[in-house]
Design a protein around this ligand. Structure first.
Ligand code: F3S
Length: 649
């Protein structure tokens, strides 16, 4: 039987297990990336593991999430990251240089290689045929030290693309259509492999918009085959020698298949406040728009901003609508400036920003109260923009720009009819991505020998081995789709404590219940209870580490998001699945006792656990974990587990 493209790359990197859906496999990692909000922990953990040099072909540290250095804590973090990259042998991308996925795509993404990154949108370079997966930082630290990355072999789903995009429909509409059909849970434990005649009509940056936002489907990764478009893109970046042809076998068998006819697509938009609330733009026309933002790792490339600039040429945005453009990389920014497009946009009234994640996580350009913001980003979870009652819509740069011109949501096709000189800008690549470079410091650049740790940078807390008895209060009961933004918000005022776990922990789940952290500390252990898809969103391991620090012992949820579940194992928290009826019956404040000898049961492979509630009734909960995950959990988390393994030789 032939192989899918995913299977071919995995096969090339397989160090343990077999490529059978649901089976745990260990794979060798060629490249790793990390960014500033997750990177400090990655390097602190790398140091705690006693490792002294990066073992992967390439490791890259980006500073992109918190580039506005509001106070010394951010600056100290960046200085620490520079010292860690230099000390251990990683590339270092300065603040202002751009978003990790954009800069990585432009400089390092390579077909056929594996990439592990401590950021949930790591799958972005799947658009160039790279198998890229997001994970917690501890997994990145271990992979960087030469350890395998373990994952359950996902289902491989074939997304067959047919036809070509009509005018005004874009790659963003392809992934919004996927979200409309499949929902934010539709990709869990899946890799989407795009094939079919429609692939060749899409350029690499269009493909990476699709693979980037596959994360919003909950997917493990998304990948395109390579072809002339890939070779051409690499050549324009001056990296043609890195091209490798990669196609699935003709008789490859997929676990599932769906078809999208690109020619049927129209401009789409995700309404507040979930990326899968997708409707045609024409259905929400007329809504007044206060703010428009173009940028992010989804649509922040030169090629994404150029259509907006063309639409704004010799025009002005509406006086009551603010428009911000934040390029994804310094290179994109510099190219647009050199070609005169930045001046054109500024003349139209655009507020031009540095290359940063920034507003995507509520750092800068926070929408006004009771206002509407249209963004080309990938997430619109409630409160992520920095204000609780936000109304953030997600759309393509073309739809966003049309709204800035009109002052309200408008289907750009209708705006084009109204203005009669507005033409569809199309999608263009520059002749060469040259003359502008991302300033990346190589591992060979000299650095002082010592790691530079400011006063806000502390050690990583460790957890003891799992106890035989697990008992405590259900400290918080939550609904479905709790995100890592709910658990540890990524806003500036909170995330600046990312290297200071005791302080950061004070904010744990504060967006759900601001008494939680103190109650957890006071109660000496306890549990979280949640509905479906607990922990969706970013790869932020603080979302497991901070509950661990507060003494949380386990989470009872109807289901878990993939990366977060891995993070729970990595920090020694017991993730138990419960059914809907039991979820309904548990109340916040109930006494929870896992009846079995937990440590023994976890190590021995026991799947069903009896949980007694209020000494009154019992439920059966399931632990779905591999042998390796059980060992990690029982040892008190991956750091303790890895150290223990190293100590025992
Ligand atoms: Fe940055 Fe937002 Fe992407 S935080 S990495 S631009 S999802």
């Amino acid at each position: 039987m032939g192989q899918t493209l995913t299977e071919k790359i995995l096969d090339d990197h397989l160090v343990e297990g077999e490529l059978e859906t649901g089976e745990e496999i260990g794979i060798e990692i060629d490249q790793v990336l990390t960014q500033d909000t997750t990177g400090t922990l990655v390097w602190l953990q790398f140091e705690a593991l006693g490792l002294d040099e990066v073992q992967t072909e390439l490791a890259a540290q980006y500073c992109d999430h918190q580039t506005y250095q509001f106070d010394f804590k951010n600056t100290d973090d960046h200085r620490f990251l520079r010292s860690a990259a230099g000390t251990f042998g990683a590339y270092f991308s300065r603040p202002g240089n751009g978003i990790c996925h954009n800069v990585h795509k432009e400089n390092f993404a390579a077909p056929g290689k594996t990439l592990l990154g401590s950021d949930s949108h790591t799958p972005t370079p799947g658009g160039l045929g790279q198998l890229a997966i997001g994970s917690g930082g501890l997994d990145v630290a271990v992979a960087m030290g030469g350890g395998a990355y373990y994952i359950e072999m996902p289902e491989v789903v074939n997304v067959r693309l047919e036809g070509e995009l009509p005018e005004w429909a874009t790659a963003k509409d392809v992934i919004l259509e996927m979200l409309r059909r499949l929902s934010v849970k539709g990709g869990v434990s899946k890799i989407f492999e795009y094939t079919g005649p429609g692939v060749e009509s899409l350029s690499v940056p269009e493909r990476t918009t699709i693979t980037n936002m596959g994360t919003e489907l909950g997917a493990t990764s998304s990948i395109f085959p390579t072809d002339e478009k890939t070779e051409d893109y690499l050549a324009r970046q001056g990296r043609e020698d890195e091209y490798v042809e990669l196609q699935p076998d003709e008789d490859a068998e997929y676990d599932d298949q769906l078809t999208i006819d690109l020619s049927d697509l129209e401009p789409l938009i995700a309404e507040p406040s979930m990326p899968d609330n997708v409707v045609p733009v024409s259905e929400v026309e007329g809504v007044d728009v206060d703010q428009v933002m173009i940028g992010s790792c989804t649509n922040g490339g030169y090629e994404d901003i150029l259509p907006a600039a063309k639409m704004l040429e010799d025009r002005s945005i509406q006086p009551d609508t603010e428009m911000i453009v934040a390029p994804g990389s310094k290179k994109a920014s510099e190219m647009l400036a050199r070609e005169g497009w930045t001046a054109e946009m500024m003349a139209a009234g655009v507020n031009y920003s540095e290359a940063t994640c920034g507003a995507c996580i509520g750092i800068g350009h926070v929408p006004g109260s009771d206002s509407v913001s249209l963004r080309t980003f990938n997430r619109n979870f409630e409160g992520r923009s920095g204000i609780e009652d936000d109304n953030v819509y997600l759309c393509s740069p073309e739809v966003a720009t049309a709204a800035a011109i009109k002052g309200e949501i408008v289907d750009p096709r209708n705006l084009a009819e109204e203005l009669d000189d507005l033409e569809a800008p199309g999608f263009e690549l520059p002749d060469q991505y040259e003359g502008a470079e991302n300033d990346i410091i190589t591992p060979d650049d000299p650095v002082d020998d010592d790691l530079v740790k400011g006063p806000n940078i502390g050690d990583v807390p460790l957890k003891d081995e799992l106890d035989a008895d697990l008992e405590g209060e259900a400290l918080l009961k939550m609904e479905d789709n709790i995100t890592t933004d709910h658990i540890i918000p990524a806003t500036q005022d909170i995330l600046m404590y990312r290297s200071n776990i005791p302080k950061l922990s004070e904010f744990t789940l504060s967006r759900v219940d601001d008494t939680f952290a103190q109650r957890a500390l006071d109660s000496d252990g306890g549990f979280l209870v949640a509905g479906e898809n607990y922990g969706q969103g970013s790869s932020r391991e603080h979302a497991a580490l901070c509950p661990m620090y507060l003494g949380i012992e386990g989470v009872l949820a109807q289901s878990f998001a993939r990366i977060h579940k891995a993070n729970l194992f990595n920090f020694g928290l017991l993730p138990l699945e419960i059914d809907e009826a039991d979820y309904e019956n548990i109340e916040q404040g109930d006494d929870i006792e896992v009846v079995d000898d937990v440590a023994e049961a976890v190590r021995s492979g026991q799947e069903e656990f009896t949980v007694r509630v209020n000494d009154d009734w019992e439920l059966t909960a399931t632990l779905d974990a591999s042998e390796r995950e059980r060992e990690i959990l029982a040892d008190g988390g991956k750091l303790s587990h890895t150290k223990k393994q190293a100590d025992s030789g």
